[in-house]
Design a protein around this ligand. Structure first.
Ligand code: GRF
Length: 209
């Protein structure tokens, strides 16, 4: 954290931004002792950008380049510079649909978190709630984790369970998971902002429950 300043979040998202909204709301109400300094998206029309602008939070579209699942080098440099200029302490991925690579990870080592809609390590990757439904599990949920070079593979910060009901459709299940996400993500980000989280290898320790 910059001296005497509020803890600063940089949020990256490609979609509608409901997790961003939950986190921005928790910052505004003081539940997270931090402020969202910048929102960046790789999709010009992403809902997350309009939600940020509605809240008068700086919001930026940066074209991702020619690849579908990662940032082109020049785009990656632009993302890193924008986030460094905004002096962010933590990068919060909230539905950001690209895998972050070496230079980005090195620039913010140990300071990037993500939320995934399953109980990792089950069902990494795309449409995790459909994977859970197809597999027939009775319980799924969401996971907040640190980001490393793999896909949904970093050290786990927190998890919240969600029951899978017999009559669930992908839509009803993801809706229940979203509700859990909007509780879990602000809790985890608040604990990090308060300095209550430490990491020993793959184990993340909460100094206070
Ligand atoms: C969430 O389900 C999150 O788990 C996944 O992407 C989705 C983002 O939704 N990584 P939103 O844009 O926050 O509404």
């Amino acid at each position: 954290m910059t001296n005497g300043q509020k803890f600063r979040l940089g949020v990256l998202g490609s979609g509608k931004g409901s997790n961003f909204a939950a986190i921005a709301g928790a910052c505004a109400s003081g539940k997270i002792p931090a402020e969202v300094a910048l929102v960046v998206s790789d999709a010009e029309s992403a809902g997350i950008l309009s939600l940020a602008r509605d809240r008068k939070i700086p919001a930026k579209f940066i074209p991702p380049g020619k690849f579908r699942t990662k940032l082109e080098e020049e785009a990656e440099r632009a993302f890193v510079s924008a986030l460094q200029e905004a002096k962010v302490d933590l990068i919060v991925l909230a539905g950001f649909m690209r895998v972050l690579k070496g230079d980005f990870l090195r620039a913010f080592e140990g300071r990037i978190v993500n939320i995934h809609p399953s109980l990792l390590p089950s069902f990494p990757g795309l449409e995790a709630w459909k994977q859970a439904l197809n597999h027939g599990v009775k319980v799924t949920g969401c996971t907040v984790h640190f980001v490393d070079a793999g896909v949904d593979s970093g050290a786990i910060i927190g998890q919240q369970t969600v029951p899978v009901l017999d009559n669930d459709t992908p839509e009803s299940l993801i809706q229940r998971i979203h509700t859990a996400e909007h509780e879990l993500y602000p809790k985890c980000v608040a604990a990090i902002a308060r300095g209550e989280i430490s990491v020993a290898g793959r184990t993340v320790i909460w100094k206070k429950p």
